[in-house]
Ligand binder design. Structure first.
Ligand SMILES: NC(=O)C1=CN([C@@H]2O[C@H](COP(=O)(O)OP(=O)(O)OC[C@H]3O[C@@H](n4cnc5c(N)ncnc54)[C@H](OP(=O)(O)O)[C@@H]3O)[C@@H](O)[C@H]2O)C=CC1
Ligand SMILES: O=C1O[C@H](COP(=O)(O)O)[C@@H](O)[C@H](O)[C@H]1O
Length: 550
């Protein structure tokens, strides 16, 4: 009974929050009590949750919400936003009275939208009725981004849903951000006690100056608590896990510092090139596309001090403090690369970045970068944080690799003892493993590299791992800003990277060529070695299934 109760409370906390927003604790408690009684009668969890929702909403606390997708005809909307809304709806995680309105210049119908999105929605045969229900709640309004009159029409469509909280998701190119936000502010804000939230997608500017301009524009229109700047890496399971790993385990805090850690590598690798997005990519390059946001956000969670609580502002205050301690990188600690085609490769691999017809001729935009940053504070002074990211590499991987210092006063034969490494694999196949030395089992007296292994696929078999966007969009409904970027974080992130970006723009250093499908330029490995990261190549991973088979 207790176990079931714990599961229920957990489920209640993690999955059922939005429908209960606005309900008072007494109502929630009675709903919970009623649900636990049901558990003893072997009612399924879905039924229990449905009943709990019904109970609270019956008492008049189910608020209406309208979710507006601006740029509804575009790629992001089609591939990510509509599918995410569908999954949340399908799993009963959205407030009951939630309506969806797509808005874009292209004249479309809801049927068109459905057709465009369907390949990305992963709909099972058994879910077709539910899918119909979802699209019945959808509407589409065509209009321009700069005509207030068109937003008046959009507002009318929203008002037809009654008094409702409003979420505006900006799945739009930055060129129209300003016009759209001005129009939302002018004619689309919610009335009375209902709230309005604006979700902004990167890029948040191109450098410190343009980002500041955008921030000033947005802060003149909206309060910070109305703004949700998405960095979708903050919605990934293992990125969210970093705080628990660090602050929920006694074993890590005493060694999480310059006395014990030699270097930290934060990597992002993709096995494909620009795939026809070269036009967009060339304007930004890998530093703005991945490093200045995703990798730097991970760095802050790895390096920050323990916040006083898990409240969004407490966490974000600590993240800002870390960023303030990071000076811009020294150019000698930077390696930039650009991929060239592999003559022996197949399909896209034959083509280099410059072969993409949407990329300007002779472009020097980096598609690979390794940058070493230093956090100048008491905990981290002198520890290299090596950020590495690239397109068209040998694998898909995102991970944090914390390499510990050599064992002092080693008593084992020279070279046997290797450095410990804590690896947090963000994707693919989430895992945390600590590479460590152990005695070779059996009669041997040698030691060998082994690991403590927490592989999510086997430890949490059957657990549904939500997509990053699912968690983040749900957070917007709930009003939780923990996993969103605050304006001062953004300011610091651009302060760190703008000198390097300007150096590339004005001095035009030629990136080092690397072959499509390789690990990137060898100069990157050399920089890592110089930055106290040791790769021995001696570690052999035997997965549990392999070990059992022997
Ligand atoms: N739970 C699990 O699923 C576990 C899986 N494993 C697997 O075992 C394998 C090996 O483990 P891993 O932790 O990668 O250990 P390794 O020591 O073998 O490799 C460490 C990393 O070093 C990088 N590297 C390779 N060559 C060089 C070089 N010349 N200079 C600098 N860096 C280099 C590689 O990453 P890059 O190419 O990105 O530079 C590599 O991933 C991996 O496939 C891992 O996923 C291990 C433990 C647990
Ligand atoms: O923000 C971006 O991220 C994706 C990679 O995201 P992932 O969740 O698939 O790891 C990257 O492909 C894209 O270039 C970049 O803009």
């Amino acid at each position: 009974m207790y176990k079931k109760y714990d599961i229920l409370v957990e489920d209640f906390r993690s999955r059922a929050r939005p429908p209960f927003e606005g309900s008072n604790p007494g109502q929630l408690l009675s709903a919970l009590k009623m649900a636990t009684e049901d558990l003893t009668k072997h009612v399924s969890m879905e039924e229990v949750l449905a009943k709990m929702r019904g109970e609270v909403e019956h008492e008049g606390h189910g608020e209406s919400h309208v979710f507006v997708i601006l740029g509804a005809s575009g790629d992001l909307a089609k591939k990510k936003i509509y599918p995410t809304l569908w999954w949340l709806f399908r799993d009963g995680l959205l407030p009951h009275k939630t309506y969806f309105i797509g808005y874009a210049r292209t004249k479309l119908t809801v049927e068109n939208v459905q057709k465009n999105c369907l390949p990305y929605m992963k709909v099972k045969d058994s879910e077709t009725e539910k899918l119909k229900e979802f699209f019945k709640l959808n509407e589409y309004v065509a209009g321009s981004y700069d005509k207030t009159q068109d937003f008046v029409q959009l507002n009318k469509a929203i008002e037809q849903k009654g008094s409702a909280n409003r979420i505006f998701y900006m799945a739009l190119p930055p060129s129209v951000f300003e016009a759209v936000t001005l129009n939302i502010k002018a004619v689309c804000m919610s009335k009375g006690d209902k709230w309005t939230r604006i979700v902004v997608e990167k890029p948040f500017g191109k450098d410190l100056e343009s980002s500041n301009q955008l921030s000033q524009h947005l802060s003149a229109l909206f309060k910070e608590e109305e703004l949700y700047r998405i960095d979708h890496y903050l919605g990934k399971e293992m990125v969210q896990n970093l705080m628990v790993l660090r602050f929920g385990n006694r074993i890590f805090s005493p060694i999480w510092n310059r006395e014990n850690i030699a270097s930290i590598v934060i990597s992002f690798k993709e096995p494909f090139g620009t795939q026809g997005r070269g036009g967009y990519f060339d304007e930004f390059g890998i530093l703005r596309d991945v490093m200045q946001n995703h990798l730097l956000q991970i760095l802050t969670l790895v390096a920050m001090e323990k916040p006083p609580s898990t409240h969004a502002e407490d966490i974000r205050n600590e993240k800002v403090k870390v960023l303030k301690s990071i000076p811009p990188p020294d150019i000698k600690n930077v390696v930039l690369g650009q991929y060239v085609g592999d003559p022996n490769g197949e399909g896209e691999a034959k083509l280099g970045y410059l072969d993409d017809p949407t990329v300007p001729k002779g472009s020097i935009t980096p598609t690979f970068a390794t940058v070493v940053l230093f956090v100048k504070n008491e905990r981290w002074d002198g520890v290299p944080f090596i950020l590495r990211c690239g397109k068209a590499l040998n694998e898909r991987k995102a991970e944090v690799r914390v390499q510990f210092r050599d064992v002092a006063g080693d008593i084992f034969p020279s070279g046997e003892v290797k450095r410990n490494e804590l690896v947090i694999r963000v994707q693919p196949s989430e895992a945390i493993y600590m590479k460590m030395m152990a005695k070779t089992p059996g009669m041997s007296i040698n030691c060998e590299e082994s690991e403590l292994d927490l592989t999510y696929g086997s430890r949490y078999r059957g657990v549904n791992m939500p997509d990053a966007y699912e968690r983040l969009i749900l957070d917007v409904f709930m009003g939780s800003q923990i996993h969103f970027v605050r304006s001062d974080e953004l300011y610091e992130a651009w302060r760190i990277f703008t000198p390097l970006l300007h150096h590339i723009e004005y001095n035009k250093p030629k990136p080092i060529e690397y072959v499509y499908g390789s690990r990137g330029p060898k100069e990157s490995d050399e920089l890592m070695l110089k930055s106290d990261f040791r790769y021995t190549g001696s570690y052999i991973w035997k997965s549990t299934s392999m070990a059992l088979a022997q």
